[in-house]
Ligand binder design. Structure first.
Ligand code: GTP
Ligand code: MG
Length: 222
């Protein structure tokens, strides 16, 4: 085994351990003033409505904690998940919180409500100092759309580190996956806050989950 392979295996193991614990839902945040106090490192899952954010969170947690649906606009608040067993008292904070975000783009809900979620998503992404990384999810069938590019622009401007995660790879031909990953890597090459490596996942087939968990474990080491 090379040193790099050894390191990768160790990170995969660390990622597994992190998510093998029980996780719990702590709160849904309908607007910025209800955010929990800044403390633990936060990672957020962002992306267009229906891209598979909540499903991917459930897949890496190995628990059905986040609510999913066929109808775009399922997740309507910033939903916070943490490893169980941290009281929050006397400095007993979890090392990390995972945030499931409302989708942007479209939703079967009144315009006013959709506008409010979009505002919340943008305000949170721009203004949360403990937000360590955003996983921006892109549907394998659709690629980076205009509203995705707007979110990437915002993250670049705000200097918030993000990584692209392709979702639903079970919906495209296996041979197309490496090509899509390469194309996406090329497309984000000049973006200031983008992490260069692209991840490809399927929550349906449990693909790419070890790599995503390892990427998160790596953040905890930094
Ligand atoms: N085939 C396939 N379907 C998936 C995958 N991930 C999610 N889905 C389906 O896509 C739909 C949307 O999934 P969600 O996880 O609710 O998507 P979301 O991004 O959280 O959606 P909003 O909360 O509405 O923004 C559901 O019907 C899921 O079953 C996947 O990897 N493969
Ligand atoms: Mg959701």
């Amino acid at each position: 085994m090379t040193e790099a392979e050894d390191r990768t295996n160790k990170l995969i193991e660390k990622g597994r351990m992190l998510f093998a614990q029980a996780w719990v839902f702590i709160r849904g945040v309908p607007s910025m003033k209800f955010l929990p106090p800044e403390g633990p490192l936060e990672i957020a899952f962002a992306g267009r409505s229906n891209v598979g954010k909540s499903s991917l969170i459930n897949a890496i947690l190995g628990q059905k904690l986040a609510r999913t649906s066929n109808t775009p606009g399922r997740t309507q608040e910033l939903n916070y998940f943490i490893p169980d067993g941290h009281s929050g008292e006397g400095g007993d904070l979890p090392p990390i919180a995972v945030v499931d975000m409302p989708g942007y783009g479209f939703a079967e809900a009144p315009k006013e409500q959709v506008d409010a979620w979009t505002r919340l998503v943008f305000d949170y992404l721009r203004g949360r100092s403990t937000l360590k990384r955003v996983y921006v999810l892109i549907d394998a069938r659709h690629g980076v759309k205009k509203n995705d590019a707007e979110v990437l622009d915002l993250l670049d401007r705000a200097a918030v580190s993000y990584q692209i995660v392709i979702t639903k790879i079970d919906k495209i031909k296996a041979a197309g996956v490496p090509r899509l990953m390469e194309e996406t890597a090329q497309a984000i090459k000049k973006r200031a806050a983008a992490y260069p490596e692209i991840l490809a996942t399927s929550s349906e087939k449990n693909a790419g989950l070890d790599e995503l968990r390892a990427a998160i474990a790596l953040l905890l080491e930094e």
